[in-house]
Write a protein that binds this ligand. Sequence first.
Ligand SMILES: *[C@@H]1O[C@H](CO)[C@@H](O)[C@H](O)[C@H]1NC(C)=O
Length: 295
Amino acid sequence: MQVSTIATELVLHFFSFMNLKTLIAAQGVCQEWRRLVPLADIHPDRRRLLHLFHNVVSDERFLLYEKLQISFVDRQAYIDQLLQQYPKVPDTFKLWILEWPSRIVIQGLSPFDSLQEAKYDSFNRRNGVNWIALNPPQILTLVYSPGADKGGFEVIPALLAFRSQSLTAWIIFDDRPELSGRVYTSYDYVDFVDTELADTTELGALHPDWIAYISFLWKKQAESWHPNGVDRGYRPPKPINTSRITYFGFRRLRDLPTPRWTRRHEPRSQEYMRPDWQRPFDLIRVLQIIPGSGD
Ligand SMILES: *[C@@H]1O[C@H](CO)[C@@H](O)[C@H](O)[C@H]1NC(C)=O
């Protein structure tokens, strides 16, 4: 065995232990390492993030990136906060929180941006509230119906990712395999999964996991966004005062629409979440999973 072969084996071995940031740095070291990184035995989810990272930074419109106000976030503390509220954080979301570069922001989704209501669209931001920036994060409660034939309703834990006038995006924390880590997006006032829509749009869809969702958003943004296209004119984002956040608030984007997961047993939460189709449907948040959909 030649020395260079041993060296290559060794380098590939090291790559398999590296986190995303180090892999990105390693690829910048030399042509040889750049060529070798894809050959290493890297965790599949980390590999997906690496692929997405290269897609974003190789797009020439990356230069149009608006510099968001990046604040310091203790990544591990963020995950620990979630673990105090539910025993498992979905793998792909956890990996993204721990390793994704803070300055690469896809459609405004970032734990490092300050919590504010954005009032306009740019290449890497869309108007609405990036609720992932709420720190400490709060797991909320969704009402879940496993399907018409099975009947019944139950409550499940989910993290609100984003809210705009027309869209709400949730990361489902429930540990069952058919739910865990799925990203559920809905029209603000129509919270059921419509399989017809799921193929073609972001709305009413159940995405397999967080990386699939942000990759989908990136693809959609890269396909549709033109510098001279949508121009709503700059309006400064409005900061959200976290000590004034209201739960159960479904009308304003700066309110959290459902109760905290840790308070799901309280009478007010119970009343709020009791599905009753006679009530105005914006009062309930029902995630109805139609069996066999969303794969
Ligand atoms: C945020 O809200 C709290 C409680 O209403 C208030 O005391 C505080 O001054 C507010 N902070 C800012 C920056 O407006």
